[in-house]
Design a protein around this ligand. Sequence first.
Ligand SMILES: [Zn+2]
Length: 340
Amino acid sequence: MSIFFENDPTLQSYWRSIILYGRNVASYKFALGKALIDLNKKPNDLIKLEDLSEPFSNHLCEHLKQNDKQITSSNSKFLNSLKKFNQGEIKLEERNEITKKLGFVNVIDAFHEVNGKTIPKKFFIDERKDSGGIRLTNHFYDLFELQESENFLNEVEARWRLVETAWKLGVAVKLVQVEHDSVGEQFFINTKLGRINVTSSKNALNGYQKSKCFFCFDYISIVKRSLKLCNVDHFFPDTLKSKDFPGYVDGIWNLVLACKECNRGEGGKFAKVPSLKLLERLHKRNEYFCSSHHPLRETIMSQTGQNKEQRTKFLQKCYDSAKKKLIHNWDVEPKGTSTF
Ligand SMILES: [Zn+2]
């Protein structure tokens, strides 16, 4: 996991490691992440708990409506209060007051912790004892100056949806496959009770590629109507589907986000085989998923191998097969610096 930011120690890598790699026992970190994104527009850097309570619990209430399970343990006085609010049993002021008292007990301390270590740059300082709130740092404001911060809200939401879906499934998470609906660009799962849409595929994939085209590292966006809006692309071309190819072409392991140029521009990839250098990059990207905790990891492992060695062999086998069938290699000049 730490390789995710060690090679690229930027504010955006730290932010994404908080969102994508925490070992969560509750979804509070996502709610705080979304609340912080909301608060970016406020002029004051000191955020009192009473002001944080409302956006924080709004996000949790929204998710509770969709998904009852927001923690790994069975009961929580705080979440029960939010459910009461959703059912109209308590008023907004009361909910916010309860949130202020109970909602932040662990999440403020834990926000910058990623798998047992504190990340080197903090986005807020805990001033609950002295000033009754948290103080946003320059790192926070610098982060939201970046163009790619436009994607953060969607990325947090996607990760949240994946985590809560894993909790909902419980141990069955190991048995389900997350499938891709290429028309609706949705990740979904089929259960006994029918299809469950989990999240937008672009939103779920983007964080692991750090908002860069998989092939050329040009900036990509996942915000609708953006000029830089990316495409979901098959690394090994989908023409291989009918050609006795050893891998599941529509599997998540083979899906990457690409800029319009690489996807369907003049020098685009089309039905060519990406170079070995790009194959190594795919392996690395898939390993980012395998070191995270959610149903995409289980799906990728079941499709490509249970350990790193098997997964390396699998990709090589796919490459050899694709090369035999499609012959031509494809590569592209990088447009940005390598970040993953
Ligand atoms: Zn590109």
